[in-house]
Design a protein around this ligand. Structure first.
Ligand SMILES: [Fe+2]
Ligand SMILES: [Fe+2]
Length: 280
């Protein structure tokens, strides 16, 4: 089974900076003929506040012939409490209305694919708990199948046991819960987006993939990350017992540099300290 993961398309009808990457990406997807496409979030520039961004981006996604499953990113449904656009019921309802659920399970030969909404992790509230319970149940329901997880934020950035990375990865408390579940079940893959860096590694028997964004890379605006600055996609090839994942560039796609357009795309408050809230 061939599954293509795309992520961080950041499309918008009013901020069209990255929209030009859709035509080559769609042409490539059509030529690759995947059985399934999984989008790991940041579908939009600002779906967290603009319904039109979601409608526009979804219309493009529906041009792909293969079925597509999508989990939301922070720019689609908001981020942590205290951020400029916290996840709330208005934002989640907007996503549910236009896109559908913020999570999925799909069984394929030998595997259960599970997508979840990493933006509700780290809230320490009922919303987070409800999803962690759902995730535990979805994983338990896999039975003999191996599990592949797909979500927007990576579980960690530099080190599996690192502290709070703020904007970038899952917070330590929910991360520990994920590790408990990963210990109980045979999780072969975690595929994520969000960082706009492409990287492949492993942790405790689980392959980890940071899919390259389909929109922009980041030069000096934010911290360095492991991996490579590139735009593209990931081809996951599943057979009954194994998965291999290949990070690929896509002909014709442009690696836009966020640093050059951030003031138009994600205008920052004057205070420089706010800069980390605006990117990614
Ligand atoms: Fe993101
Ligand atoms: Fe992003």
């Amino acid at each position: 089974m061939k599954i293509i993961q795309i992520t961080d398309t950041h499309f918008s009808p009013t901020k069209p900076h990255f929209n030009g990457n859709w035509e080559p990406l769609l042409a490539w997807l059509e030529a690759e003929k995947p059985d399934l496409i999984i989008h790991t979030g940041d579908l939009t520039i600002d779906g967290a506040d603009q319904a039109d961004d979601i409608v526009f981006s979804l219309t493009l996604m529906r041009q792909a012939s293969a079925p597509m499953l999508i989990v939301p990113g922070n720019h689609d449904v908001g981020h942590l409490p205290g951020s400029a656009q916290p996840v709330d019921s208005t934002r989640l309802n907007r996503w549910n209305h236009y896109v559908g659920s913020d999570r999925f399970t799909q069984d394929i030969d030998g595997w259960r694919l599970i997508g979840f909404n990493s933006l509700v992790l780290g809230r320490d509230d009922a919303l987070e708990e409800e999803q962690l319970d759902w995730l535990a149940e979805a994983m338990a329901g896999a039975g003999e199948r191996r599990i592949a997880l797909f979500t927007h934020k990576p579980i960690f950035v530099d080190d599996p046991q690192e502290g709070d990375t703020g904007y970038w990865s899952v917070r330590p408390a929910p991360r520990a819960r994920l590790y408990e579940m990963m210990e109980r079940h045979d999780v072969g893959l975690v595929g994520s987006g969000h960082l706009h860096w492409a990287w492949q590694g492993a942790f405790d028997g689980t392959n980890l993939i940071w899919a390259p964004a389909a929109s922009f890379i980041i030069d000096k605006l934010e911290r360095e990350m492991p991996g490579d600055r590139l735009v593209g996609a990931v081809i996951h090839t599943f057979d009954a017992a194994t998965v291999t994942s290949e990070i690929v560039t896509v002909p014709g796609m442009t690696a836009h540099v966020l640093d050059e357009v951030i003031d138009e795309v994600y205008p920052r408050p004057a205070a420089k300290a706010e800069a980390t809230e605006a990117a990614e």
